[in-house]
Design a protein around this ligand. Structure first.
Ligand code: T4K
Length: 410
């Protein structure tokens, strides 16, 4: 495990030799995107011990209740309903809002957003993104509305808010429901309001790889009392009391041990933002001197969690493509990712439902082909980031040789 970043960082005496040429990797141990933070172990273990003593492990226990009220307080929202993961939370929210037929959703997202609809026989109608924020393009919504359309799901990708005002105006005009996949956006705000307060409801993910983690977990947050009551029933098989089932439902409950981790994560959250921000600035400084590479911008007018280091690799200015850089980094034990490539419309079952053409979602295809996600978080020190950027710089400085090596021409 990465406890001392300097141990992990194998500095070479002079230039950084590239592992794709058969040299030893720059890092001896894998550096992952999405490595979880652990928070304060003592407070976590204390909670788990108390839980073991109580012998109450699931079904709306005291830790789940505490976790929910802490989230509701942090987000400034009336109701938080914790769930076993965000995918199931999306499904429950979709069901509670009675979406059906067709729902408009961006294709540039994790496939869970589309699957949550398709799982319930709802057709995801994909729309393109804007190059400014990689979020759904509100100007494209009205062209996709049919008599079957019942809602819009926006995704605050990488924690950057959608244009909620434009979406709301269009939804009101066509009597559509609006919900948000806020899987990336816990701790983020938009125009002075915390994410979690927009649309009918919003869904957070607390998966291990997320800014706030509860191992696996998620939550629906809403200010709508009736919707919250409906979600509460749907989450627990439709039970209204110990013996009475009043509605359809599923098991979407969060466990106590996950809630314990979530509470510890919440306690560590402000420190993590500081670390993430420091890492973001360190990457920004290093990458500024590499032609064609730029980091996405987080608007300082909003609160941001800086959980994602998203690099745009401009194919016209960078000496190597995104895919070439990712291959170079993997050989050095840096497991950069290509999220969210390919877009959902290029994946099954959606690809077969509407075979993609170049003019279908051009901005989604363009962005998905040039975006690279780099490691950050508690375990990623400035020294590691310097090493990662050094690899990228070496690779682009030696781009003809790198390309030949990757094509097995040498
Ligand atoms: N909506 C959006 C917009 C989402 O991004 C997601 C999930 C969802 C909805 C659904 O949320 P959940 O149902 O998951 O709560 C990962 C995550 O599993 C997924 O939660 C996340 N988005 C997605 C963007 O990334 P994979 O298939 O890439 O996971 P995996 O196993 O390859 O792990 C990613 C990286 O994290 C690896 O580099 C290894 C590292 N890792 C992972 C785990 C689980 C660790 O270092 N430690 C760990 O414990 O999907």
């Amino acid at each position: 495990m990465l406890t001392d970043s300097k141990q992990a960082c194998v500095q070479k005496a002079d230039a950084c030799p590239l592992a794709i040429s058969g040299k030893a990797p720059f890092f001896q141990i894998p550096i992952h995107v999405g490595q979880p933070g652990v928070g304060n172990r003592e407070s976590f273990f204390k909670r788990v011990n108390e839980m073991l003593d109580r012998r109450w492990f699931a079904n709306n226990g005291p830790l789940v209740k505490e976790f929910e009220s802490c989230i509701a307080c942090r987000v400034g929202v009336k109701h938080c309903l914790a769930m076993c993961n965000a995918t199931v939370a999306l499904q429950v929210a979709i069901r509670a809002l009675e979406l059906q037929g067709e729902v408009i959703v961006p294709a540039y997202t994790f496939v869970a957003t589309a699957h949550a609809l398709y799982w319930q026989n709802i057709k995801p109608v994909f729309l393109d993104i804007t190059p400014n924020d990689y979020n759904l393009d509100p100007a494209a919504i009205e062209g996709l509305i049919t008599s079957q359309t019942t809602g819009i799901i926006g995704v605050h990708l990488w924690g950057r808010p959608c244009d909620t005002q434009a979406i709301q105006t269009i939804a009101a005009r066509h009597d559509l429901k609006v919900m948000y996949d806020a899987a990336h956006a816990f701790g983020c705000s938009h125009k002075g309001r915390m994410i979690g307060n927009f649309g009918h409801c919003e869904v957070f993910s607390f998966h291990a790889t997320k800014f706030l983690n509860s191992f696996e977990g998620g939550a629906i947050v809403t200010n709508d009392d009736k919707l919250a009551a409906k979600i509460r029933l749907l989450r627990n098989f439709g039970f209204s009391d110990i013996d009475t089932v009043v509605s359809f439902g599923t098991n979407a409950k969060l466990t106590e041990v996950c809630a314990a981790m979530g509470i510890s994560s919440l306690e560590a959250m402000d420190d993590l933002i500081v670390v993430n921000r420091r890492n973001y600035e360190t990457y920004k400084n290093h990458l500024a001197v590499i032609p064609g590479l730029s980091l996405i911008h987080y608007d300082p007018a909003n609160s941001n969690n800086y959980q994602y280091i998203i690099v745009d690799v401009d194919p016209l200015r960078s000496r190597l493509t995104r895919d070439e850089l990712v291959s170079v980094l993997w050989a050095e034990n840096v497991f950069a990712r290509k999220y969210f490539w390919p877009g959902c419309h290029q994946m099954e079952p959606y690809r077969s439902l509407r075979p993609p053409t170049p003019d279908y979602l051009p901005e989604t295809d363009r962005t998905a082909a040039r975006t690279m996600v780099l490691p950050t978080g508690q375990n990623v020190s400035p020294e590691i980031i310097t090493g990662i950027c050094r690899i990228i710089r070496e690779a682009t400085d030696h781009s003809p040789a790198v390309r030949r090596l990757l094509n097995h021409e040498i």
